[in-house]
Write a protein that binds this ligand. Structure first.
Ligand SMILES: Nc1ncnc2c1ncn2[C@@H]1O[C@H](COP(=O)(O)OP(=O)(O)OP(=O)(O)O)[C@@H](O)[C@H]1O
Ligand SMILES: [Mg+2]
Length: 156
């Protein structure tokens, strides 16, 4: 078996093995696995026509979903979450929305992240020309949107 590694990721296989079946399937399986031993109900939706994306883009989106869902499980006290993957002609967008207690005020502005999770996600997306947006109201859940333009990946 070939183990693909990238600089700084020596202990992870790359691309993640789950992606062999495509990003939508990998997202569904990851969400099932992460929520299996919890009361969180995760609804995974795919909009648009799935196309195979650059491996780095699919890996970044899968890891974004993992980090975001881990945060919902760890911090949100939510009972449901929607994970939505949308294929636009010029971009792919991953939304993770929960109905939990919302981000602490200090974390709504992404620049003030203290944890490694969101900062790492933001940096990975930035390297691919993408963005991470967080929206939250206290007591009214959190919405995370990760967007990666497709043109930038074709050039890179
Ligand atoms: N869905 C969410 N609901 C409520 N609070 C959240 C949510 N996601 C993140 N947070 C808050 O934002 C903080 C930063 O999240 P981040 O993922 O960067 O770090 P972490 O989860 O604390 O640590 P790590 O991901 O490195 O294990 C969290 O500590 C938590 O307070
Ligand atoms: Mg985290």
């Amino acid at each position: 078996m070939t183990v693909w590694t990238k600089p700084g990721e020596s202990c992870a296989t790359w691309p993640p093995a789950e992606l062999a079946a495509g990003l939508p399937d990998a997202l569904r399986k990851t969400c099932e696995r992460l929520s299996a031993h919890s009361d969180l109900k995760i609804h995974v939706q795919v909009h648009g026509t799935p196309v195979t994306l650059d491996s780095e883009v699919e890996t970044a989106l899968l890891r974004t979903a993992r980090g975001a869902v881990a945060n919902v499980l760890e911090h949100a006290h939510a009972d449901s979450a929607f994970v939505t993957l949308t294929y636009h002609p010029d971009a792919v967008v991953l939304d993770v929305v929960d109905n939990g207690r919302g981000l602490p005020r200090s974390h709504v502005k992404i620049d003030s992240d203290r944890g490694h999770g969101l900062a790492g996600i933001r940096e990975r997306l930035r390297q691919l020309g993408g963005t991470l947006v967080l929206e939250s109201e206290p007591g009214d859940g959190t919405a995370l949107a990760a967007s990666i333009p497709l043109k930038a990946t074709e050039d890179g």
